[in-house]
Design a binder for this molecule. Structure first.
Ligand code: DGL
Length: 355
């Protein structure tokens, strides 16, 4: 009798292991690369939603907090760095971008989720959108509340991001951003609120879709080039050209502009008022900077709309580039990558109409 029971038990165990491994084989293999931020943050109390400490919880703890991940994917965590994202640097971006490309080249990696602080999440997403050399999904995810808070949004955002990264529908869509059950494209998404969970939006140009239940639903895709169709390659880059942003406002002067140039800026993003307007007392300095070899891109502080060439400034005569619909912070990323290939302003303008 005992021998029979043991035989049945071993048979049942063997059958379970086969079934589990077949099921696991069917699940997508998703790498979770952790960089820090609020999603990895902790606060003193359950009602601390501001004044908490970002970047304190490790990637394995983030994964362990969402056991449901094992039902939709085979996840592996990697702590790439652990920072609050306002401290993100070009060097961090190059490290992260190269690591993403190495991992996506591996046949046993089906997609990547990057946990990230929300302050510069849109910038990292756009940078990766221009340098990732794969059609496999890359999804950036953050949280507006630390994991210690009531109704923390991190765990569900992480679950949704992994679900999207493992979905067929996300393949070839470019780098994505997933918070609040929404799917946004890297180029046009932006953080619109300092603290509320619905902070990430794609104003006017529109988000790409939703996550609902066990599925990702896409309704749009970007018209601009990205990932495998991008001309930018960071594999041999150890640094990016220094590009800084000058903010436009009433009573503006050229002190910041001249300081950036004196510090070695190769390019300047002028985040002007309205349609990228340049104050009368700043325009001569901006024109002089261009004549001395600094690339000038006119962008707008406004947040939406096309930056019209030869509208608020004679760009043809001044040899300025215009940012199209890119925010100043994203125009800076495209100009940095563009200047790894050329300083020709006609070529750079083409890039702003392409990506
Ligand atoms: N320090 C901010 C950051 O790491 C916290 C904001 C957040 O992650 O939501 O971006």
């Amino acid at each position: 009798m005992q021998r029979n029971t043991a035989k049945h038990f071993l048979f049942a165990l063997f059958a379970f292991l086969i079934a589990f491994s077949v099921h696991a084989e069917k699940l997508p293999n998703i790498m979770i690369l952790a960089t820090g931020g609020t999603i990895a943050g902790s606060g003193a109390t359950s009602t601390t939603t501001v004044g908490y400490t970002a970047a304190t919880v490790g990637v394995q703890q983030l994964i362990n907090a969402v056991p449901e991940l094992a039902k939709i994917s085979n996840v592996t965590g990697e702590q790439v760095f652990q920072i609050a994202s306002e401290s993100m640097t070009n060097e961090h971006w190059l490290t992260l971008g190269k690591r993403v490309n190495v991992l996506l080249a591996q046949p046993n990696v089906d997609g990547i989720v990057i946990t990230h602080g929300t302050d510069t999440l849109e910038e990292t997403a756009y940078f990766l959108n221009l340098v990732v050399k794969s059609r496999k999904p890359v999804v950036l995810v953050g949280a507006m509340r630390p994991g210690t808070a009531l109704s923390a949004d991190g765990p569900i955002n992480l679950y949704n991001a992994v679900l999207i990264a493992g979905s067929q529908e996300a393949i070839g869509k470019g780098v994505l951003v997933a918070l609040g059950d929404q799917i946004h494209g890297a180029r046009d998404v932006t953080k619109t609120n300092t603290s509320t969970p619905d902070s990430f939006k794609t104003p006017e140009l529109g988000m790409l879709g939703y996550v609902q239940g066990p599925k990702a639903f896409f309704y749009h895709s970007t018209t601009r080039k990205h990932t495998v169709d991008s001309e930018f390659d960071i594999s041999n880059l150890s640094a990016l050209p220094q590009v800084d942003i000058v903010y436009g406002y009433a009573n503006m002067n050229s002190v910041a502009l001249n300081a950036f140039i004196a510090a070695g800026a190769k390019g300047i993003i002028h985040a002007g008022t309205g349609d990228g307007s340049v104050a009368a007392k700043v325009k001569p300095d901006l024109a002089a900077a261009r004549k001395n070899g600094t690339v000038i891109v006119r962008a707008s502080r406004v947040g939406n709309g096309i930056l019209a060439r030869n509208g608020e400034a004679n760009d043809d005569e001044l040899d300025f580039v215009v940012a199209d619909t890119l925010s100043p912070q994203k125009a800076r990323i495209l100009l940095m990558l563009g200047m790894t290939k050329t300083s020709n302003t006609k070529e750079l303008q083409r890039m702003f109409y392409t990506y």
